[in-house]
Design a protein around this ligand. Structure first.
Ligand SMILES: [Fe+2]
Ligand SMILES: [Fe+2]
Length: 295
């Protein structure tokens, strides 16, 4: 594995030189570069305020409901601490690319909400799910803005550059967490991997349960988000239909997608109804999800 540009940490340490091989030894050395890690609470920061605000995102009102539950979920993460340098990374991301930062906030609150859902309660811890989600796209701040904010479909080469963000995040998390990196680094490295081996960067099939959760909500947000080059984004129902098809093909954990179906089938948020799994909504015509420009 290699990167095409030098990679610096937020405190300006050179972690990897362009073209250098990144292997187990390199990563061990990077984890060893950390001085004593200063953990700071999220409580009382601008970050928790942004997360609370994101619970009001209209696009997801059927999932992010009711407010009392959201307050409980916020309490899970209020007690959590993260390395101060990661908080700086997120502040940098917020300034550099507000769109990507908002996406990260959305993934954190959706992961927290699904973890809190009754059927998954004993499997996922909402605070951990939210924390790991905050790290998942940390590598994107090192991708050129000309690619991240491009107003037309990206080219094959640009897609290649974009696809290095899980590796960049993985390296950064080794540095920011030092000897504790194993507890967190997979959230960046595995979120584009799929259970059938069709994902990237490695095409592995054995994924951490939190990576599976982040992968599902990350794809959901990609489908329903408006992009300048996308004629029409998916509706929530159409996006969940596509996720269900992908789960049937073995790409996603079906129980996670089913939790989303339960929400999307509610006529009004909070109502209990029996669900049918198919035939709810169609993909918009002319959508460009997953497509690359021909040149
Ligand atoms: Fe990503
Ligand atoms: Fe993402």
């Amino acid at each position: 594995m290699k990167l095409e540009k030098d990679l610096y940490s937020i405190d300006k340490k050179l972690l990897v030189k362009a073209g250098d091989i990144i292997n187990t030894k390199t990563l061990k050395n990077i984890a060893g570069l950390s001085d004593k890690i200063r953990y700071v609470p999220i409580k009382g920061t601008w970050l928790i305020k942004d997360l609370i605000r994101t619970f009001k995102d209209k696009r997801y009102e059927n999932i992010l409901y009711p407010p009392e539950i959201n307050q409980k979920i916020i309490r899970y993460i209020s007690h959590i601490k993260m390395p101060e340098k990661i908080l700086s990374e997120l502040a940098y991301m917020k300034k550099l690319t507000p769109y990507t930062y908002h996406h990260i906030m959305v993934i954190a609150v959706l992961s927290g909400k699904i973890s809190f859902d009754h059927s998954l309660k004993n499997k996922y811890e909402p605070g951990i799910a939210m924390l790991l989600s905050l790290f998942h796209d940390i590598g994107k701040s090192r991708i050129p803005l000309s690619i991240l904010d491009k107003r037309t479909p990206i080219t094959v080469y640009e897609r290649h550059i974009l696809s290095t963000h899980p590796l960049i995040g993985y390296v950064l998390l080794h540095y920011y967490f030092g000897k504790d990196h194993k507890k967190y680094n997979f959230s960046s490295y595995q979120h584009h991997e799929r259970l059938d081996g069709s994902g990237y960067p490695l095409g592995i099939k054995t994924l951490n349960k939190y990576s599976q959760l982040i992968g599902v909500v990350d794809t959901l947000d990609a489908l329903i988000s408006e992009r300048p080059y996308r004629s029409k984004p998916f509706t929530l129902r159409a996006a969940i239909d596509l996720l269900l098809d992908e789960a049937d093909k073995g790409k996603f954990n079906k129980s996670l997608v089913r939790t989303l179906i339960i929400y999307s089938r509610r006529e009004s948020p909070g109502a209990k109804i029996k669900i049918a799994e198919k035939g709810r909504d169609k993909a918009p015509s002319g959508n460009s999800y997953g497509k690359t420009a021909s040149s």
